[in-house]
Write a protein that binds this ligand. Sequence first.
Ligand code: KG4
Ligand code: ZN
Length: 340
Amino acid sequence: MSQAELILAFESSCDETSVAVIRNGDEILSNIIATQINSHKRFGGVVPEVASRHHVEQITTVTDMALKEAGVSYEQLDAVAVTYGPGLVGALLIGVTAAKTIAFAHDLPLIPVNHMAGHIYAARFVAPLVYPLLALVVSGGHTELVVMKAAGEFQIIGDTRDDAAGEAYDKIGRVLHIPYPAGKEVDRLAHLGQDTFHFPRAMAASEDLDFSFSGLKSAFINTVHHADQIGETLSREDLAASFQAAVVDVLVEKTLQALHQYDVKQLVVAGGVAANQGLREGLQAALAKTAPTVELLVPPLRLCGDNAAMVGASAHVERARGHFADERLNADPGLNFARA
Ligand code: KG4
Ligand code: ZN
């Protein structure tokens, strides 16, 4: 092994083709992200076949760009890492095949990475992780509270019973005629309005740590449809603000409950919805008030969405733990952490 560890990392689980070169697990030499969002927008969501095709078309170019920008050759690499789940099977397979091919051709170890672990480890680019920690993982496909007692150990203590937080944003965005993915625009509108609709906060008072967003989504859609039927125009800003207030209240409340039940040193907020300004502000205020000793770690905006840098950060930890795969590595679309 060379003095500095260099990992070439691949991410292709959904609609982003990304390749990164990461030094020593916490330094980004390159992190190229080719997004396909424009191709999926007109369908209102990600079309799996379209996603796979884009990954095939992009992956070689994106790999070349990542190595070039990092100024690194294949000979200098110590390992190749790849997201092998969860995600769309056809999309995952493109990254897995590319990583396996490069590992085989250059005789490099292959490190399999769980996409959700990647989202959490993105916080390593902000500060070293200190265990035990609690992670709130909020993306288009997941809404989970995860306890990590040590590096590489993940336990789900709370999960969504229906829609993921990002999915709820995208679905109510459709009703407001906001193109997919709607989270960022709803977040922007929310800051221009007031919580005038007081939508339900599902299970915010219950003891368990699970989430539910489908009731909120239905309440939102019914409100808009009812107004349409009677010819009334509602404020988009107030609708967005009211929706966001309900989501943030529930996420913050459940996170505080988890912090009450588990003694942790850090709170990591991860996944695409971690980019949400209302959520960042809400968690910061709540922690300052009720758990000031817990350190809040939120990745910078560009590392909240899907990217390969987070895969490289995760792979650094897996390499240290001796977790490798061989040429039999397959995509695992339903990969998940164990429930506590
Ligand atoms: O982690 P991610 O990039 O992909 C998945 O693994 O799902 O998350 C994408 C999700 C989308 O649902 C998108 O609407 C949401 O993250 N999102 C946001 C914001 N930015 C992205 N949701 C709320 N507020 C935002 N600022
Ligand atoms: Zn993701």
